[in-house]
Design a protein. Structure first.
Length: 309
């Protein structure tokens, strides 16, 4: 099981601990370096350019720029993978996005993961001048254009939405043949898109873990999935035991922490049994950045060595 850590403070979701809304640049650097040093698989961030007013009560207005965050984290770390979970493909032009991502891969020494989705916030699409009903088709063209730009010596792409030719494109990504691509979404189109790439992230997670197997079976039935049985990643953003988030870490006794460890391991076992290979670290209640880092250290020492797989 690969454990990823969402860099705190990059969004201010209603209900988030207050300390996360007060983080400054040195705090972000210290957190990223600690995650890197403890051996977690990836640091993640999310993407919204702006928040429609009707979504503010649920998601809040504060969202940093995902690609800028990844560049910042790349410079503060040495080993950990970097992942925007997820990039909304139709918000970008493939030439600009290919350049930003390949530059990130080069400067991070080949540590970039590319998690993508088609988006859901209609007002964002309207303000960007992008067709919401055609977002899936735009995303498919984006992915094809990215792969062409990253691989071809003289890239040529001609589609309905994008035409790219007559241009030299460098640098190419360090990773060969390209950075891995993980596709978010639950529609049949999203599942087929995932089968063509390296992994799937059910998103949004407004259904139960028990509903994953038939959807994953659909991915496995796609011809493009063949040969990926041992490498395909399934990233689930939830955790089976919701009560795990109720632990107050700083005040927990040794016995409470041991019980918490066992509950986490039981939850990870359930995830592994469903086919999940990647998941965010389940977080207890913390009152400061220091306490958050202490929890990461405890998790790394007590839970990570016992994880399934």
């Amino acid at each position: 099981m690969k454990i990823q850590v969402a860099l705190p403070g990059n969004n201010h979701l209603p209900g988030s601990p207050e300390w996360m809304t007060r983080l400054q640049a040195p705090d972000h650097q210290r957190i990223a370096a600690t995650v890197d040093g403890l051996g977690f698989y990836a640091i993640t961030t999310s993407e919204h350019f702006a928040m429609p007013y009707e979504e503010v009560p649920r998601l809040g207005p504060y969202w940093t720029h995902a690609l800028t965050v990844l560049a910042f984290v790349a410079g503060a770390t040495e080993r950990v993978r970097l992942d925007a979970s997820v990039l909304v493909l139709p918000y970008h032009h493939p030439l600009a996005l290919a350049k930003a991502l390949s530059t990130l891969d080069v400067l991070s020494g080949g540590r970039l993961d590319v998690s993508v989705g088609v988006g859901h916030a209609v007002r964002e699409f309207e303000c960007l001048g992008v067709s919401f009903p055609e977002r899936g088709a735009i995303a498919d063209e984006m992915l094809d254009a990215l792969k062409e730009l990253w691989s071809a010596a003289e890239p040529v792409y001609r589609g309905k939405f994008f035409t790219i030719e007559g241009l030299a494109f460098e640098p190419k990504p360090v990773q060969r043949p390209r950075p891995p691509i993980y596709v978010g979404g639950n529609s049949k189109a999203a599942l087929r898109r995932a089968a063509r790439h390296e992994g799937w992230q059910p998103n949004p997670t407004d259904f139960t873990l028990e509903e994953i197997p038939p959807l994953f079976d659909y991915i496995r039935q796609q011809p493009e999935y063949r040969g990926k049985e041992d490498s395909f990643e399934l990233c689930w953003l939830g955790f089976p035991d919701q009560d795990a988030a109720q632990l107050a870490f700083a005040g927990a006794s040794g016995g409470q922490l041991s019980a918490h460890r066992d509950r986490l391991l039981e939850g990870f076992s359930v995830l592994a049994g469903t086919g999940v290979t990647r998941t965010p670290i389940p977080l207890p209640r913390t009152a400061s950045a220091g306490e958050f880092l202490d929890y990461l250290r405890w998790f790394s020492a007590e839970v990570s060595p016992r994880l399934p797989g």
